[in-house]
Design a protein around this ligand. Structure first.
Ligand code: 6R9
Length: 681
């Protein structure tokens, strides 16, 4: 097997990446449990087995049918797919569609105005519910307000908001007028926000005074002010939602209160159709280099696939279900399965602002009980945290309303999967009753780039296996290939690829078409390379094995090793840095940094803790608190190949407490011993 740029072999990457190290992989392959759907579930399921056949017969025709069934087009399309200039796809060519009209107005026109669209639960316990009629009214006002601030079709709007209804309102208002939103997660720093504002040349920023984190105020507007301190930016206005009431600096002329602008705007606004390929949003995600990529999504295909998968994978019955996706709107999951699909499908959903342990560790289960959540969609890292807190906590609540459970963001280990099933999916009331038939679990594999689910069981069709996302969805062509791009036989591992274009696929990287081709389409001829390792089991089911590149997955959030290394070396004390993602019981992976200090760094007996704290905070400032390394190890040297590439594989061994592997290709083979020695001190 060939060596990649970082000196690790594919085999090593597949076996040692993330939670799926050698032992875990061996365990996985001994995982033979299967849970078939009950006949009742299958009989009532919205999507049946026939869908796979139908989709395989004519993929574009299948998606065209979904597009027409799930969306209301103001102008019908003339061609399902134009793939004449790969890898640049056009879906539903000639069609015109308005995302906000599809998420809102049409439901009101269809007599569903009184159905609750969003039950909002604030961290301090304040609540608000919006019916479809009320949400439509708010979005129309917001659209008028943005237009009055000079935001026009095609302009970019940066969004830096907590999980409050105004986030969804802002996104839909942008979509309504054809402005392109770019959400920056509230946990990113002022510097990260500024670089994203600059890259997208945003005209407007929407933020809040602050939010709450574990009962304490947590500022947001201050970071926007800081981001805009240096001149040379494109921002004309900042709209500020009042959320936690904390004091904020005010820039007259630039800053606008949400209550004044949106509150005072007219509630009359007509949605016009936008071209199916009109840009809907940009969302920045970490790649293998230091510079985050602005992933571009467009309208018709994105809406079609998010709506279809939301319906099919969660078996959505919008009249009766209550859906809760716990993802923040700062990530793609919060775009596709909070802001868009649930509303396009006319569902009722729950939105929660805070952390799972505020004010107590039963908060989520209290919310499930209160709103009778029937479909819960969350991440393995949360499930593992709840496992740590113990099953007695969820047992205190009535979770009998739950009928489908979803997982996303990283591979889910079979233990967490079984706990999810037995403790959450089997709960039939707070007196310890158990359901005869636990809720099915759907493990959904997808990416910011894919826009919507790609691999997942269908709960009424698939016999599920703990730890596997299993089957490509109808209309999606997934494969696992070897180094040469040949499909591997069942029972073998390799690289995950997508063989055919799909409706919600990214349309490019903002401002960088070359990087788009290079990153995703150059590794294997004519195929999309996802960056994940995968294995087909004896049944042909797919098991995801984690990233094969330098992207880490911390609590389901993507961070690049290079990005954090750049942040570290930007500090005057640091000469060199290497970052690895080491397996972590709770967060899947944790950031571990190895640094070589400069002479100028404080030295001496007691300086170690100060250096580490200073550098952790520096990373927090440069990128955001989520990127702060869990451990920073000061070392005399880094292991490098003769061509100067850092061998992260060896550092990962150290970080995970293993004997370091084969170091014979190092320029100086004694370095690993030196590192081991320095860490003993
Ligand atoms: C939706 C989202 C994408 C990366 C992806 C993969 C990992 C996501 C997964 C999964 C195994 C799953 N990933 N879902 N791995 N099983 N069900 O998370 O998007 O933030 O772009 O991350 O996350 O490694 O390549 P994004």
């Amino acid at each position: 097997m060939s060596q990649d740029a970082n000196g690790s072999t594919t085999a090593a990457a597949l076996a040692s990446d993330g939670t799926r190290n050698g032992d875990a992989l061996a365990n996985l392959l001994q995982e033979h449990r299967k849970f078939a759907p009950t006949p009742e579930f299958t009989a009532n399921a919205v999507v049946g087995a026939a869908e796979y056949k139908e989709a395989a017969a004519d993929r574009p025709a299948f998606w065209a049918k979904q597009a027409r069934e799930l969306l209301t087009w103001s102008q019908d399309f003339t061609q399902a797919l134009d793939w004449s200039e790969p890898p640049f796809a056009k879906w539903f060519v000639g069609g015109e569609v308005n995302a906000a009209y599809n998420a809102l107005d049409r439901h009101v026109e269809n007599g569903l105005g009184d159905r609750v669209a969003i039950h909002f639960e604030g961290e301090p316990g304040d609540t608000r519910s919006y019916t479809y009629a009320q949400l439509t009214d708010e979005v129309k006002r917001c659209a008028n307000a943005f237009e009055s601030l000079g935001v026009a079709k095609g302009d970019r709007v940066a969004v830096y908001l907590p999980m409050i209804p105004e986030a969804v309102i802002t996104l839909l208002a942008c979509a309504r007028i054809g402005a392109v939103h770019s959400v920056v997660f509230g946990g990113f720093s002022a510097d990260a926000l500024r670089s994203r504002i600059d890259d997208a040349e945003a005209k407007l920023v929407v933020t809040a005074d602050g939010t709450y984190r574990r009962g304490k105020p947590s500022p947001l507007k201050a970071a926007v002010d800081q981001a805009l301190t240096a001149p040379g930016h494109t921002v004309e206005n900042v709209v500020v939602v009042k959320r936690n009431g904390q004091d904020v600096d005010w820039h007259e002329g630039r800053d606008q209160r949400w209550e004044d602008t949106v509150g005072a705007a007219s509630g009359e606004h007509t949605a016009v159709g936008h071209d199916s390929e009109h840009p809907l949003f940009i969302l920045y995600t970490s790649g293998t280099t230091g510079k985050p990529k602005g992933i571009l999504h467009t309208t018709g295909g994105y809406l079609t696939q998010t709506a279809y998968t939301h319906k099919a994978v969660f078996d959505l019955h919008p009249e009766t279900d209550v859906f809760w996706c716990t993802a923040d709107v700062g990530w793609v999951t919060g775009h596709s399965y909070v802001a868009y699909a649930p509303l396009v499908n006319g569902a009722t959903q729950v939105m929660y602002e805070g952390t799972p342990d505020s004010p107590h560790q039963g908060r989520w289960w209290e919310i499930v009980e209160k709103y009778k959540v029937s479909i819960l969609y969350t991440a393995p890292t949360a499930i593992r945290t709840f496992m740590k807190w113990g099953k007695d906590i969820p047992a205190k609540y009535d979770l009998s309303s739950i009928r489908v459970l979803g997982s996303v963001g990283e591979p889910i280990n079979p233990e967490a999967w079984m706990w999810y099933r037995e403790v959450i999916g089997s709960n039939a009331g707070k007196n310890g009753e158990k359901k005869a038939h636990p809720a099915p679990i759907v493990d959904t594999w997808w990416q910011t780039e894919t826009g919507a689910h790609m691999i997942a069981p269908l709960p009424g069709v698939t016999a599920t296996k703990p730890g596997s996302a299993q089957v490509p969805l109808p209309g999606i062509a997934i494969d696992v290939v070897d180094e040469a791009g040949e499909s591997v036989p069942d029972g073998h591992g390799g690289y995950l690829v997508v063989r055919e274009p799909w409706p919600a696929m990214l349309r490019g990287i903002w401002g960088d078409p070359e990087r788009f081709k290079e990153t995703y389409w150059s590794r294997f001829e004519g195929m999309y390379f996802a960056g994940d390792g995968a294995k087909k089991d004896e049944d042909g089911d797919i098991w995801l094995l984690g990233r094969v590149d330098d992207v880490m997955n911390i609590s389901g959030h993507r961070l690049s090793t290079t990005e954090i290394e750049s942040a570290l070396v930007s500090h005057p004390w640091v000469a060199e840095a290497a970052v690895v993602g080491a397996s972590d019981e709770t967060t899947g992976q944790a950031v571990v940094a190895f640094v070589i200090l400069r002479e100028s760094a404080p030295s001496g007996q007691d300086s170690g803790d100060d250096v580490v704290t200073t550098l952790r905070n520096h990373v927090g400032k440069e990128i955001g608190p989520i990127a702060k390394p869990k451990h920073i190890l000061v070392v005399p040297e880094l292991p490098k190949t003769r061509s100067g590439k850092i061998m992260r594989r060896l550092l990962k061994d150290v970080a995970e407490g293993r004997e370091a592997g084969d170091a014979t290709t190092l320029s100086d083979p004694t370095i690993m011993a030196q590192i081991a020695e320095s860490l003993k001190k």
